[in-house]
Design a protein around this ligand. Structure first.
Ligand SMILES: [Mn+2]
Length: 399
């Protein structure tokens, strides 16, 4: 009997699907959370199943289980662990684990792609076009390579994974990979994926209007309360407001904060760490401690949401050398214009505040310090007319 213990995300379940294709009913597949695997392994080892073939994918074991698995293998047990997480690299020292973060050609590995290679090498599975495509989509998703390759199909595969149960997903995929000549979504799936996409877009637009910004420590943080779609929200809000160092997404029900950043120079795992949490450089989380409650909920509670830049302007556009006008909640007016090559002037209420070598730097400054937004054309025209008039009048009094 084969046993596959894998992760309960798309990459982990991708491994389950490949195992199903290779071993049919002769495999017992269990999906675990990161914390759940060690418990599952302990139960397996207690039964001392020397006839079984144990495969562990997309997860790693703690040091005590590492020791126990080595003992189990030494007395004849059959164990293979395949993973691609950097944190598991030390397991390469054992005889039963292979951790591959990157392929030789530079592509990042995923558990599903590693298990596919393994099954092909051991002649447990035959290479086919649809399986190739499916494995590549899972790999693109799990390694985030889909973003730069704009492989939307990979994102949609993961969306589908979350919309139906794991059992149904597994069943649908196994059937498709056995029967079809290429991998695609069926009509029903396309329909619900389109609906889901629209729903996410609307959700993000609504949440954008609730976004507030404040300085927490050295960082300029965007704060939003949301229960769902944290990855999409963090990504979209981050891209729309690149002056924010990171986005903190709060869920009061679960008492959790998710941190997301689009910037390479920000490490949100350090932010999460400060409150006893952890994660990756671009995505991390923690529970809402008393300190975090004060900083992310209590103090920002009275801050007005960050307004959006006017987007249908003909005249008041960004990086306009003749000038762009912004305001803030205190009704301060900010005017940015080009004085000479690489010298942009920032005026606050018509007196020069500072100089910047690029428009982007000037805008970043007023957005971070004042949460200012680009105003609509009407206000821009009014502002310029008043400035012209004021100049004429002051000239008139001189004469
Ligand atoms: Mn993975």
């Amino acid at each position: 009997m084969y046993r596959l213990y894998s992760h309960n995300d798309l990459d982990g379940v991708g491994c389950g699907i490949l195992a199903r294709l290779a071993f049919g009913t002769n495999v017992d597949v269990r999906y675990n959370s990161v914390q759940g695997l060690d418990f599952q392994i302990e139960r397996f080892l207690e039964k001392d199943r020397l006839d079984d073939v144990l495969l562990i994918t997309d997860l790693s074991v703690h040091s005590e289980n590492e020791k126990k698995l080595t003992e189990f293998v030494d007395k004849g047990g059959n164990v293979t662990l395949l993973d691609h997480h950097k944190t598991a690299l030390h397991l390469n020292e054992t005889s039963w684990a292979t951790i591959t973060v990157k392929y030789e050609d530079g592509r990042l590995a995923s558990a599903t792609s590693l298990l596919y290679d393994y099954l092909l090498q051991n002649n447990e599975l035959e290479r086919t076009q649809p399986i190739d495509e499916f494995v590549e989509l899972v790999r693109l998703w799990d390694t985030w390579e889909w973003e730069k390759n704009e492989a939307l199909k990979a994102k949609r595969l993961n969306d589908l994974f979350f919309m139906i149960s794991i059992d149904e997903f597994e069943e649908r995929m196994v059937k498709r990979l056995q029967e079809k000549e290429s991998f695609s979504f069926d009509e029903f799936e396309e329909k619900i994926l389109d609906m889901e996409e629209t729903k996410i877009e609307r959700y993000i637009r609504r949440k954008r209007r609730e976004l507030v910004q404040t300085f927490i420590g050295e960082h300029c943080a965007g704060i939003v309360h949301a229960e769902s779609y944290h990855s999409e929200l963090g990504n979209e809000l981050g891209k729309e407001c690149p002056h924010l160092d990171y986005i903190a997404i709060l869920n009061l029900g679960s008492k959790k904060i998710s941190f997301r950043t689009i910037h390479d120079h920000i490490d949100v795992s350090e932010v999460a760490n400060h409150f006893g949490g952890g994660g990756h450089a671009k995505a991390a989380g923690c529970t809402i401690t008393e300190e975090a409650y004060k900083l992310y909920i209590d103090e920002p509670f009275t801050i007005e949401p960050l307004r959006m830049d006017a987007f249908r302007n003909q005249h008041n556009n960004k990086a306009n050398e003749a000038g762009s006008l912004y305001v803030d909640h205190q009704d301060n007016r900010f005017f940015i214009y080009l004085l000479q090559s690489e010298k942009w002037v920032l005026e606050k209420n018509q007196s020069t505040e500072s100089y910047f070598s690029s428009y982007q730097e000037a805008e970043r400054h007023i957005k971070r310090q004042y949460a200012a937004w680009l105003v609509r054309d009407e206000m821009y025209v009014q502002y310029l007319a008043q400035a012209v008039l004021a100049a004429k009048r002051s000239k008139g009094t001189e004469q």
